[in-house]
Design a protein around this ligand. Structure first.
Ligand code: ADP
Ligand code: ADP
Length: 235
């Protein structure tokens, strides 16, 4: 089952003669429950693709379908934020948590902001705390948690709306190898237990071995896509 279908997607920033082609006719499909790693040199268009998928920038050309619904239909509509939050969850290199709030309050925040009933908010927050293994740390503030634990809070927060796709931009870029592995194993567990579809941008070839598939960008184009089994070092 296709969760994401990107067709002929292009993004040009700025006006001639100073325009920059950030994405050049990209096609990409993600199946349900697939973990795909996006690699490529700096400036090759990875961040731009995430921004388009997240609805933060409009495409210049092409189509994005999430769960068979046209992204563009919603782009200008007031319901865009509603659609976006049901479809896409975001995780970043720097965890972007609110330090004045506890771990569980950070996780619950999207539901509180969406005005969800308290009972539902508490039940879903509990579920997420268990999924990411932080039930015992629920009352801690981000500054009292390890980097890996902070990233787990951020992942729980991103998943609380049960989005179709989790987009992660260098999610282990700020973590040591032990904490990175902890996060990568959490991603595998989310795929296996929830069937979560995950798209991860990484520069790290070791991180890429955790993907079901690696897609390589260069100059705004996909130049290679291969199974992670082919990556040297995968055991
Ligand atoms: P990455 O860490 O993936 O290399 P960048 O550092 O290139 O990302 O970009 C960080 C942010 O700055 C992105 O949101 C991107 O849209 C924006 N950005 C990158 N290049 C430019 C540019 N030439 N002009 C304006 N904004 C840019
Ligand atoms: P990556 O994430 O792979 O480093 P980006 O998507 O950040 O690549 O950038 C792709 C190209 O688009 C780069 O040449 C970058 O400078 C340019 N770019 C990105 N964002 C902007 C922006 N907001 N305005 C102008 N140029 C941008």
């Amino acid at each position: 089952k296709s969760v994401l279908a990107v067709k002929n997607l292009s993004k040009i920033y700025g006006q001639e003669p100073n325009s920059v082609v950030a994405l050049d006719h990209v096609d990409l499909d993600l199946a349900a429950g697939e973990i795909v790693m996006l690699m490529g040199p700096s400036g090759s268009g990875k961040t731009t693709l995430l921004q388009l998928l997240g609805g933060l920038e409009p495409p210049t050309e092409g189509k994005i379908k999430v769960n068979n619904r046209e992204w563009q239909e919603f782009f200008r509509e007031p319901q865009v934020s509603h659609f976006r939050r049901d479809m896409i969850g975001f995780v970043f290199q720097f965890f972007n948590l609110i330090n004045a709030l506890t771990a569980e309050e950070n996780i619950a925040l999207p539901l509180i902001l969406a005005g969800q009933p308290k009972k539902k908010t508490m039940a879903l927050t509990e579920e997420m705390l268990q999924l990411v293994g932080l039930s015992e740390r629920r009352k801690h503030r981000p500054s009292e948690l390890s980097g890996g634990q902070q990233q787990r809070v951020a992942i729980a927060r991103a998943l609380i709306h049960q989005p179709a796709i989790l987009l992660a931009d260098e999610p282990t870029g700020n973590l040591d190898s032990r904490n990175s592995i902890e996060i990568l194993e959490l991603f595998l567990r989310m795929r296996d237990q929830l069937g979560q579809t995950i798209l991860i941008v990484t520069h790290d070839p070791y991180v890429a071995t955790y993907g079901d598939r690696v897609v390589l960008f260069r100059d705004g184009r996909i130049v290679d896509a291969y199974n992670a089994d082919k990556i040297v070092g995968k055991n």
